[in-house]
Design a protein around this ligand. Structure first.
Ligand code: PMP
Ligand code: GLU
Length: 383
């Protein structure tokens, strides 16, 4: 027995592929896992120590639903200083992972029958969150650089929300000020809310990250989401946060209070250390991601696979239409080259010609993956 609401929700392709890659590795196969988007670095030591000290000090009890005051304060200061959002600690809600922030914000903002506009291929969990709220998605068109094209066409009287994810998972695209201002103008003209998922803001190359919530006119219509998984290599700790209009945050908090209660108390202490401590580890990880991106993009292009140079995140999203499309290519990659990747179709109808490679793996493994792809393509030519 399953409710109709749940029956429309499909499994997360990214997590499914991750589990499959782990299983194949455990069976003795030399799988190169470029499927899941999870930094392969360890959480920086000072952050781990803060979490451990907190447990040792006995901070193992319930905390306030919206988060411990110290973390809410640290997040508010970060959002003011770095993102130019005018918020106080009272406007910040801490969640167990940014995924929960996305889920809660969408449940708080969407009614049955509402529409949410996505801009091109979009992360796997957004659509199920919208479906769970009883809404549906309109997929906005993008150009070859994954920039929005005629976004106004995706908006009608039912549209409530626009989802902005820059830098983007899966495309790595970064929206500049002009693009964000266009989205802002549309949101203001049509009285829409924007959910800005900024979880990859620190993993950005030669671009400036701009928070759409900081643009004039957006203060009361933006929910900004972020987390610790990507920038601080803290995926398993489950820590994220969001900020937005007080009324929205009130309902988000109420949802948390009846579901997860709060983010883990000692994990929040680790979050304070992440934000207030040295940021050198972040810079080092981003430098390494940049080298990997350059290696992978140039390698794929050398093999004749068209591929944009992503401005952020740790994914490349090459066009494999000439190689049978994303689904068939991903299947062959796994079977013939023992490389796990994610088919672009997992990110919506605009992704069918593409495959997503996560380069959260070492340069040696990326080189090996490129060699395996080259051998596989030679097989294509012969076939
Ligand atoms: N948003 C995007 C775009 C992501 O790629 C992820 C990664 N899982 C998340 C949100 C959620 O991250 P987490 O729940 O680990 O904080
Ligand atoms: N966001 C990552 C990805 O896209 C992690 C897996 C997930 O939570 O979906 O691969």
């Amino acid at each position: 027995m399953v409710s109709a609401r749940m029956a429309s929700i499909h499994e997360s392709t990214t997590l499914k592929i991750s589990a499959m890659a782990k299983k194949l590795t455990a069976s003795g196969l030399d799988i190169i896992d470029m499927g899941v988007g999870e930094p392969d670095f360890n959480t920086p030591k000072h952050i781990v120590e803060a979490g451990c000290n907190s447990i040792k000090m006995g901070e193992t009890h319930y905390a306030p639903t919206a988060g411990i005051p110290e973390l809410r304060q640290a997040v508010a200061e970060k959002l003011c200083d770095e993102n130019l959002l005018e918020v106080t600690a009272d406007d910040v809600v801490i969640t167990p992972g940014a995924k929960m922030a996305v889920f809660a914000a969408i449940q708080a903002l969407m009614q049955e029958g509402d529409k949410c506009a996505f801009i091109g291929p979009s992360w796997v969990s957004y659509e199920p969150c919208v479906a769970f709220a009883g809404g549906s998605v309109v997929w906005g068109k993008v150009d070859k650089q994954f920039m929005p094209v005629d976004l106004a066409e995706s908006i009608n009287s039912k549209t409530k929300l626009v989802l902005v994810n820059s830098p983007s998972n899966p495309t790595g695209a970064v929206f500049d000020r002009r693009v964000l201002e266009e989205i802002r103008d549309l949101a203001c003209d049509h009285d829409l809310f924007v959910i800005a998922d900024e979880i990859y803001e620190k993993i950005i190359y030669d671009h400036e990250h701009i928070s759409i919530g900081s643009l004039p006119g957006m203060e009361d219509r933006t929910v900004t989401i972020n987390g610790f998984s990507k920038a601080y290599a803290m995926t398993g700790w489950r820590l994220g946060y969001l900020t937005g209009p007080r009324e929205t945050m009130k309902w988000v908090t109420r949802l948390l209070s009846h579901s997860v209660s709060q983010a883990t108390t000692f994990v929040q202490r680790a979050g304070v250390a992440a934000l207030r401590g040295p940021q050198d580890d972040v810079a080092a990880m981003v430098a390494e991601f940049r080298s990997r991106r350059d290696l992978l993009v140039s390698g794929l292009r050398r093999l004749g696979i068209p591929c944009n140079m992503p401005g952020g995140a740790f994914y490349v999203f090459p066009d494999v239409a000439q190689l049978g499309g994303g689904d068939a290519f991903t299947e062959r990659l796994l079977k013939e080259a023992l490389i796990a990747a994610t088919p672009g179709s997992a990110f919506g109808p605009g992704g069918v010609d593409y495959v997503r490679f996560s380069y959260a793996t070492s340069q040696d493994r990326i080189r090996e993956a490129l060699e395996r792809i080259e051998r596989m393509l030679e097989g294509y030519k012969k076939a």
